[in-house]
Design a protein around this ligand. Structure first.
Ligand SMILES: Nc1ncnc2c1ncn2[C@@H]1O[C@H](COP(=O)(O)OP(=O)(O)OP(=O)(O)O)[C@@H](O)[C@H]1O
Length: 773
């Protein structure tokens, strides 16, 4: 295997013709020495010996600290870097209890419940625990991929159960009486990669964990929670919110790290013009495909993170095509990996990458989480992954085993990425974000209270565990007929499964299956709510380099029928959006402008799709669609400017819609810098005259029912957020607005009208009255 020489790799990448100006920043983060601790004296020798045999001579300091705390019964969150051995921190106390509590005939004495956000990570952990070779340890998974026999065995015999919050919510908790012996033995709950539980998903998982604590207590168990997280700000606060418990944080990372070179990269302009004549840069995906090709030729093991499923396919296909010209023997060493693939395909790809049979892999963040792939040298990111926590997590995938590593962020042509590659301090110098979510979201709380009541009637004493809003929510559910109040508490008496009421991944319904027309073969799935935009009739769908056309979308049956085809265009959906203010919760005057936070109802409808020629992206046709409206009640932050202020601004009335629209796009683009969301988690609406305010109004709203905390963060950080928005627009070198500043890839109006200069005027008017600090 090639050992990475960062300097020569960078010289080679940026020396290629046409790439001279790509590198905007290069920084080499120094190596860090390991700090070791001794094995705890309380630890069962069998567990210690298993780790020593597996190549862990001694724990690192943070592993020992966390293990000691958990063994003493304290709830702990370990928040340290990628590949810092967080697993060992919880495996030591958990396996110790399992090994030392077994009955004389091998009966299960102590149980461990391990939760991961993805099935792939659970598989990886399963393999890791098995590799320890503990002779009597009974470990099993319970997830969507396990067979009924496996599930039954796991339930009746496993001491270490690996599952995910979804299965806990839908299967283990509702069926807790069948799992009673496991719950009664439960000593540890491990919540791995807990930074993943943010936004509305975080709120759901927080309520699932409260239900878990209650069910465990019903069976007499009070497990210790150990959480593992990427480096995030205030981990004890988010872990405390997630579990509802007092959690101690361990953050002083004792693991070693090799030198890491971090490069920021901006693709060049391409000939031709984009939407409305704007200058456009080469796509991050094409640039990443080029860089990956060079790295693979040099035998540098490379993982490319690409934001969209389609992008992943494009990168892998382009890379393979280029390799075929240079060195055909390398073509099969590059593959694509993303959600929507069948589980067997994903497992095979993970295995091939781990064993070095693949040199280059293009993946969505389906591979981001914790999968232990040692020996990667370089990570390329086609676009900022939305949070600094995710960025460090992904960059940290390279350079395991303390070797040198390379991480490259290739900017997409959008305001946030452009801002970051030109303001490295905002990415590399700023602390990671705290994890944002709101467990008291009533849309989340209500369904989980129903599920809890179905698990066992809710008593008054149970309510504080579910937060301050629980009593009012229970009363509302009772008034609405979902719960019945009886002397001994609140009962679920409905025929339906209560757990069906909460859609914890917020997919908005069952996933839509993509089914091949003739054979009936299932190619993959897309989320229900996303299906209007990606699986509408006429949509082009790419799977492992093959192109398919959607012939029919049946939303009732959740099926899209696809046929093989090779069109010379891609498709993108267009939607219309409308917004209504339901309640203003908070507001503040910025001079004569006003900034508000509240509840809104957003109505959107996919109305047509564009066909864009490949690779130029030119629009060749727009075709109408007949899909139903979708509505969303959620939280929004908005600002208004009164007519009198606008009259003095020099902007003509006809400029206002374009100016507001441009300010809205850029502010959506920059919000992820202040809230832990990405631009697809939020939306916006702008208008020169809104019916509810009677003024020019710009809204930025959460993309999930009830809100996910992002608009709230925008409101709290409004002065800094809108100032960065203003600066990003003003400093962009384009003349009329481009994807790097005010154009948006998800605009429902084909980025029209947009007035870049007008947006700066509006934001200056707004910020003139903003608080100075
Ligand atoms: N004390 C140690 N000494 C040497 N190697 C160790 C030690 N602890 C863990 N490792 C090794 O470090 C690698 C990373 O461990 P692990 O996957 O647990 O890290 P992690 O922090 O959970 O990673 P992620 O950030 O992906 O969640 C593994 O190969 C593991 O065997």
């Amino acid at each position: 295997m090639t050992v990475l020489d960062v300097d020569s790799v960078i010289a080679r990448l940026s020396g290629a013709p046409g790439r001279e100006d790509g590198l905007t920043h290069l920084e080499v983060l120094p190596a860090r020495e390991a700090r070791h601790a001794e094995w705890p004296t309380w630890l069962a020798p069998s567990v210690r010996d298993a780790f020593v045999a597996a190549g862990v001579p001694r724990p690192w300091t943070h592993q020992r600290e966390a293990a000691d705390l958990a063994h003493a019964g304290g709830h702990v969150v370990v928040s340290t870097g990628t590949a810092s051995g967080k697993s060992l921190a919880y495996l030591l106390p958990a396996l110790h209890d399992v090994e030392t509590s077994r009955g004389p005939k091998g009966q299960r004495g102590a149980g461990v419940l391990y939760l991961s956000p993805t099935k792939a990570l659970a598989q990886d952990q399963l393999a890791g625990v098995r590799r320890l070779g503990l002779e009597h340890l009974r470990v099993g998974t319970h997830d969507g991929d396990s067979t009924p026999e496996q599930r039954e065995w796991t339930r009746d015999h496993a001491e270490y159960v690996l599952t995910n919050p979804d299965m806990l919510h839908r299967s283990l908790l509702p069926g807790h009486t069948r799992w009673s012996r496991f719950f009664a033995s439960l000593r540890y709950v491990v919540v791995d990669e807990c930074h993943h539980y943010r936004g509305v998903f975080g709120a759901h998982v927080a309520q699932v964990l409260r239900r878990l604590r209650r069910v465990a207590a019903l069976h007499g168990a009070h497990p210790t929670f150990v959480l593992a997280s990427a480096t995030v700000a205030d981990p004890e606060v988010s872990a405390g919110r997630l579990t509802g418990l007092d959690v101690v944080a361990v953050t002083d990372d004792g693991s070693p790290r090799g030198r890491t070179a971090v490069a920021l990269w901006e693709p060049p302009f391409v000939p031709g013009v984009g939407e409305n004549g704007a200058p456009t840069r080469r796509s991050a995906a094409s640039e990443v495909a080029d860089l990956m090709t060079d790295l693979v030729v040099d035998r540098v093991r490379t993982l490319a993170f690409v934001r969209s499923r389609r992008g992943v396919e494009t990168v892998a296909a382009a890379c393979r095509r280029m390799l075929a010209e240079v060195d055909p023997s390398l073509v099969d060493q590059v593959a694509a990996y993303r959600g929507g693939y069948l589980p067997e395909e994903r497992r095979a790809l993970e295995q091939a990458l781990r064993e070095g049979r693949l040199t280059g892999l293009a993946a969505t963040n389906a591979l981001e989480l914790g999968i232990d792939i040692s020996g990667l040298d370089a990570v390329l990111l086609a676009g900022f992954p939305g949070t600094r926590a995710a960025w460090w997590q992904q960059v940290g995938r390279a350079g395991r085993s303390a070797t040198d590593a390379l991480g490259v962020l290739v900017a997409r042509d959008d305001p946030l990425d452009t801002y970051l590659v030109h303001h490295p301090e905002a990415l590399l110098g700023a602390p990671v974000e705290a994890n944002v979510f709101d467990p008291d979201n009533p849309y989340v709380l209500g369904p989980h209270l129903c599920a809890a009541a179905a698990e066992s009637p809710l008593r008054l004493v149970d309510l504080p565990m579910f937060g301050p809003a629980a009593r009012a929510a229970v009363d509302a559910l009772t008034a609405g007929g979902l719960l019945r109040r009886r002397p001994h508490g609140w009962f679920w008496t409905d025929r339906r499964r209560a757990s069906d009421l909460a859609d914890i991944r917020s997919t908005g319904g069952p996933p839509v299956r993509l089914v091949e027309d003739v054979t009936g073969r299932v190619l993959g799935t897309v989320d229900h709510s996303a299906s209007h935009g990606t699986a509408h009739p006429g949509a082009v769908y790419v799977h492992q380099g093959e192109t398919w056309l959607v012939r029919e979308l049946d939303l009732d049956e959740s099926v899209a029928v696809v046929v093989r085809d090779d069109p010379d265009y891609s498709t993108s959906a267009r939607e219309v959006v409308d917004i209504e203010i339901l309640a203003e919760r908070e507001a503040t005057a910025w001079g004569r402008a006003r900034l508000s936070l509240g509840q809104v109802r957003v109505t959107h409808q996919v109305v047509s799709f564009l066909k864009r020629r490949i690779p130029s992206g030119d629009v060749i046709a727009e075709e109408p669609l007949d899909l139903p409206e979708q509505t969303l009640e959620t939280a929004a932050v908005w600002w208004t400017l009164p007519p009198a202020v606008l009259e003095d601004s020099g902007l003509a009335a006809t400029d206002l819609p374009g100016a507001a629209h441009a300010a809205e796009h850029a502010s959506i683009g920059l919000l992820p810098l202040f809230a832990t969301c990405d631009r697809w988690d939020i939306g916006g609406v702008s208008t020169a005259l809104h019916a509810d305010t009677g003024m020019l109004t710009v809204f930025v709203h959460d993309g999930h029912p009830g809100g996910a905390g992002f608009a709230e963060r925008g409101y709290a950080a409004a002065a800094a957020w809108l100032q960065a928005t203003r600066d990003a627009i003003a400093s962009c070198g384009c003349a009329e607005g481009c994807p790097s500043c005010v154009q948006s890839p998800k605009c429902g109006n084909q980025n029209n009208p947009l007035d870049k200069a007008g947006a700066v005027v509006l934001l200056d008017l707004l910020l003139a009255g903003a608080p100075r600090d």
